[in-house]
Design a protein around this ligand. Sequence first.
Ligand code: ZN
Length: 169
Amino acid sequence: MSLRTIITLPDSILRRKSHKVTSYDREFQTLVDDMIETMREAPGVGLAAPQIAVPYRLIVVEFGDEENEEKPKKLFVVANPELSQHSEEKVTAIEACLSVPGLVGEVERHEQVIVRGMNRFGKPVKIKARGWLARIFQHETDHVDGILYVDRASRVWQPTEEEAQVIAD
Ligand code: ZN
């Protein structure tokens, strides 16, 4: 496994629609492992392949239970993610992105989503997510379409040290 470099704006790879994953070979397994390691090292709660300059529809997410912090974090690997059954309810919260350093923004997202795609072995997966987990999946799935949270944000700003601390937590 090795750490990959996270690219940032204005790198145009971040703005492209990524290719579908069609092969789950050894090279792909290495990519998945590298993405998990890179996400953990950053540290981040999610990472999409285009963020390490690999234009494929692949995301990794690792997030703990909001209500029970003692529960172990759950790791998700989803190739070709598709979101559906959005709840009517939308929620606004502050997001940041490893590929957009030094900024945060206020973004409205669906409170609940169903994520469908393939796991790292090419088997279909279906994940029901709500709250922050649903937000992370929406943020990461946008990345494979070349969309960044700043495109959806009602406002974007440079956080004060105090704000950055809160968001990092
Ligand atoms: Zn991001």
